[in-house]
Ligand binder design. Structure first.
Ligand SMILES: [Zn+2]
Ligand SMILES: [Zn+2]
Length: 413
């Protein structure tokens, strides 16, 4: 009996250590758009030996590559909007050789009334659209495995859609009308659970499936409802989010799908009455789901990218009147970004802070518990208690993943 137990322990220990991981990584946190700092929709769930991708918008294959997971082959679509699907052909064809003989497994909503296609239709039409590429690489030159370029597509509806290696994925209906059906997903593993909302307005059904969940990854509408009523109606406003989060009571609510780019949306959710745990999302931010939820502002294993400096649309800027515009930066414990002021000057160490030109660098980060949105440098300095001496400063903006902007010249009055 003892021998059996010992044998069992010896076998089980390495497996337990290997299989206990339950981690969610936001691969993309933007709605439709071409920001280089934020990819479109995509969330990675790693549970035990399973790597599952939920949605595949623009930039998601590249984010997976940053994490060394470019050959992922299980994809769940919430709905067929382009910001959730247009990375799919890149993932499908780009990882063909790496995937070997494994097909790309694709789960998603079926075709419905007024919807020209469903998930299997999307797969069929993608296959047809790229038939020339497939023919050449499969039959004529590279001779890559024919199975690897197969899409094993399945239309799914509410209920358990996938079970493997102790992981259960359950689809449920959300309300993204007129996009329908639109799905959210719940992943259960080791007695813990994660819910991904997909795109939806406030949904009672989501609350039902997310009640008491460990982590709720939820979309948020950050635009002005008054100027874009039609779009706001099929997303979740901060006020609706406050209600959904209060009713679902997740251990952590994690915001994603910022469309347009975010303002100080957590404040709106707070003032609408939600006081529970709340976290702003950023690309490559991850959450380890265990006895405690551990938020990592950036995956430590990700290859850094320096895109903000080259993004004309969203790079930080100073307007003519001295206002600092920092898109998507929240300098609160819910943020994870930083502003670094270094003294501008001449000679050795210029702009490098200590030893540069007479004053140490001042860094505003998540520990500062300050929030700046559309504020002038002088206003920021006032919030810092006048820490920055008058004169010229360089300002560098970094997000939690070390994406930095070009240095900006700032004048403190
Ligand atoms: Zn979307
Ligand atoms: Zn959508």
């Amino acid at each position: 009996m003892k021998t059996v137990t010992m044998f069992g322990l010896i076998c089980a220990l390495p497996l337990m250590a290997q299989n206990s991981t339950f981690k969610v990584t936001l691969l993309g946190t933007s709605g439709p758009g071409l920001s280089l700092d934020r990819s479109e929709a995509g969330t990675l769930v790693q549970a035990g030996s399973e790597n599952l991708l939920f949605d595949c918008g623009r930039g998601i294959p590249e984010r997976l590559t940053q994490l060394g997971l470019g050959n992922i082959n299980k994809v769940f679509l919430t709905h067929l909007h382009s910001d959730h699907t247009q990375g799919l052909p890149i993932l499908w064809m780009g990882s063909w050789n790496g995937r070997g003989t494994n097909p790309l497994s694709l789960f998603g909503p079926a075709q419905d009334t007024d919807q020209p296609t469903g998930t299997t239709g999307l797969a069929t039409q993608l296959t047809a659209a790229y038939a020339t590429n497939t023919h050449i690489r499969r039959d004529l030159v590279e001779h890559w495995a024919p199975e690897g370029i197969t899409i094993a597509a399945k239309d799914v509806t509410e209920g358990v859609v996938y079970q493997n290696n102790g992981v259960t994925v359950t689809a449920f209906l959300v309300d993204h009308a007129p996009v329908k059906p639109a799905l959210g997903y719940r992943v259960d593993f080791g007695g813990r659970s994660v819910v991904i909302s997909g795109d939806t307005t406030a949904s009672d059904n989501l609350v039902k499936f997310a009640k008491g969940v460990d982590l709720l990854v939820h979309e948020i509408w950050t635009g002005a409802a008054s100027t874009d009523i039609a779009t706001s109606l099929y997303h979740t406003t901060p006020e609706q989010a406050a209600s959904v989060f209060s009713r679902a009571a997740p251990k952590l609510a994690l915001l994603t799908h910022f469309a347009p780019m975010l303002a100080d949306v957590t404040k709106n959710i707070r003032s609408a009455g939600y006081g529970g745990p709340l976290q702003m999302g950023a690309d490559l931010l991850s959450v380890e789901v265990g006895d405690q939820l551990k938020v990592n502002p950036c995956s430590t294993t990700a290859t850094p990218v320096a895109s903000a400096a080259t993004s004309d649309t969203y790079k930080p800027a100073i307007t003519a009147d001295g206002t600092i515009i920092v898109w998507g930066s929240a300098f609160t414990p819910e943020g994870g970004n930083s502003l670094r002021f270094t003294r501008a000057g001449t000679g050795p160490g210029q702009g490098a802070g200590p030893g540069g030109a007479g004053q140490a660098a001042t860094v505003i980060d998540e520990t500062s518990n300050l929030f700046f949105w559309d504020k002038s440098a002088t206003q920021i300095n006032a919030a810092l208690g006048g820490k920055l001496a008058a004169g010229q400063w360089n300002l560098v903006v970094r997000n939690g993943c070390g994406v930095s902007s070009a240095a900006l010249g700032v004048t403190i009055q």
